[in-house]
Design a binder for this molecule. Structure first.
Ligand SMILES: *[C@@H]1O[C@H](CO)[C@@H](O)[C@H](O)[C@H]1NC(C)=O
Ligand SMILES: *[C@@H]1O[C@H](CO)[C@@H](O)[C@H](O)[C@H]1NC(C)=O
Ligand SMILES: *[C@@H]1O[C@H](CO)[C@@H](O)[C@H](O)[C@H]1NC(C)=O
Length: 486
């Protein structure tokens, strides 16, 4: 159980400079909204009170320290803390680059666990007790943008913007609110120059499936995907951060790491082009080599379309290989390993009984991307240790996506690297890095926020239409006195 506070010291600054492009001096507010007179006044107030001076003083390095556990295949979760509202309260959320919505557990939520086995307590967001909270109406541009990608929908009865989101481990239902998110620069431990930025996020009124289980859930999700409602899209469109972020996920049992809103620059960084995709971060994987030998895999297996391709998803614990790539990769690794290790029976994974260092006994796996960029996976980047009485048993952590040519790069391969998602330059970067050192740094976690990710392979839970009626009822009961500042 790892929830160690992670602190950022000067160390990381000498290694990794966080680059933020020039900031506007005021927040850019949503276009196209015709707010009532009162709303406009409130907006001005928020703007002058929270934003202008803060942005002017802001040095650009916004760090969220991450907590979590990495003990696959049982557990792999990275989360951080968001400070929201007036007065501000903290909410723990899993970081997830594979989804596009930020939500937290709300008061009167059905199925939201009260605490998590990770040791965090779940704070329930209450729109009625935050003076800056407002409901998001259907006609708001953010709601309209979200509904184009089914991140949101309109409740005709209440005119409120609702959501019903499917995750591999359950569904989340509720309605959208807007409130102030408080972020602080790492160099500002006292939060004197905190930025308070409007954020549209989901207020969850019901969870289903394993989202209701305390062993996995921390209280919310921090969607970091490329679509409009994600944290990065919202902050970038307001000019608070660049349209780029980076993470360093610690791969040992302690877990945790660092999430940086901005781009971490390191000289040895390798980049490949981010494929244009509005819903996910996709890369152009072109071939896979094991021990330096390129495998014979039909190139159609790697083709990117709306429904296939290579996706980067911090919310997936392991990694998935497209159906057509799985067997060749597993066979090539096995062939190499069986020279010095023996096969060990396991129902789900290909495992080996190993008497020695995995670095020597297992091959390197190279993922070759467009732009001649290669991500080298060392044995620790694709093996998972199993406890066994017989000795050291290591299993190949790749799983097969049956019948589909989708490859998902999850925490198994993303950990122990600095990973950069840069929508401004439309590129994705990585370099090996000791995230324990990066995470050990940092100021204080006062402003740092968390993010966590844990996705299992349970996808495509069907919508439960009946349940929606209950949610609409709950939506109807929420106090309507609060106002919007967006
Ligand atoms: C949503 O995102 C698209 C693409 O980035 C952008 O063109 C559009 O203006 C955004 N809409 C809103 C309401 O922010
Ligand atoms: C929930 O999690 C358990 C254990 O992690 C798993 O066996 C089960 O299939 C999951 N159930 C659903 C509905 O996702
Ligand atoms: C992290 O910091 C603690 C205390 O400052 C120290 O004991 C520990 O060795 C550090 N760990 C790493 C990996 O740097």
């Amino acid at each position: 159980m790892a929830a160690t506070g992670i602190f950022l010291t000067a160390v990381i600054f000498t290694v990794a400079t966080v680059h933020c492009s020039s900031f506007p001096t005021t927040l850019t507010l949503e276009r196209g909204i015709s707010p009532s007179h009162d709303l406009a006044q409130l907006r001005e107030l928020d703007r002058s009170r929270h934003s202008r001076t803060l942005l002017a003083n802001h040095s650009g390095d916004i760090f969220f320290s991450l907590q979590g556990q990495y003990q696959p295949p049982v557990m792999g979760i990275y989360y951080t803390r968001l400070r929201i509202g007036s007065p501000p309260k903290d909410y723990f959320v899993q970081i997830d680059t594979g989804s596009n919505v930020v939500w937290v557990s709300c008061v009167s939520c059905m199925g939201c666990p009260a605490k998590s086995d990770l040791g965090t307590t779940v704070n329930y967001y209450d729109p009625g007790t935050s003076t800056t909270s407002g409901l998001l109406p259907c006609w708001n541009n953010m709601c309209r943008a979200g509904s184009q990608s089914s991140d949101s929908f309109c409740s005709t009865r209440t005119s409120l913007c609702g959501f019903q989101l499917q995750y591999p481990d359950g569904n989340a239902y509720g309605y959208y609110v807007a409130d102030l998110l408080h972020v602080y620069a790492a160099s500002d431990p006292d939060m004197k120059n905190a930025i308070s930025s409007p954020l549209v996020f989901g207020c969850a009124t019901m969870l289903t499936g394993n989202k209701t289980k305390s062993h996995k859930v921390v209280g919310g999700m921090l969607g970091l995907g490329p679509r409009n409602l994600s944290l990065i899209s919202q902050l970038a469109s307001q000019g608070v951060t660049p349209r780029a972020f980076s993470h360093c996920l610690r791969g040992d049992e302690i877990g945790g790491g660092l999430l940086v809103l901005g781009e971490v620059h390191i000289p040895r960084m390798v980049y490949t082009t981010l494929v244009q995709s509005t819903s996910q971060y996709k890369l152009d994987l072109q071939s896979i080599a094991v021990a330096g030998k390129t495998l014979a895999i039909d190139e159609s297996v790697f083709k990117t379309t709306d429904t296939q391709g290579t996706v980067v998803d911090s919310g997936t614990t392991l990694a998935y290989l497209a159906d057509g790539a799985y067997d060749p990769v597993i066979e090539a690794i096995s062939e190499f390993a069986l020279r010095n290790a023996i096969s060990y029976p396991n129902n789900m994974y290909k495992c080996f009984l190993v008497g020695g260092s995995i670095d020597k006994l297992f091959p390197k796996v190279s993922l070759n991307f467009a732009d001649d960029s290669t991500m080298v996976l060392y044995p620790k980047d694709y093996l998972v240790k199993q406890s066994s009485l017989a000795g050291d048993v290591w299993c190949i952590g790749f799983e097969r996506v049956t019948g589909q040519q989708i490859t998902i790069l999850g925490d198994l391969v993303l950990k122990d690297k600095i990973i950069v998602y840069d929508m401004e330059k439309q590129r994705f970067g990585w370099t090996d890095y000791d995230c324990a050192v990066a995470a050990n740094s940092s100021v204080n976690n006062g402003n740092s926020q968390k993010g966590a990710t844990s996705k299992s392979s349970e996808r495509n839970v069907p919508y439960e239409v009946v349940l929606m009626m209950i949610i609409m009822l709950l939506m109807h009961m929420i106090p309507s006195s609060s106002y919007l500042f967006l």
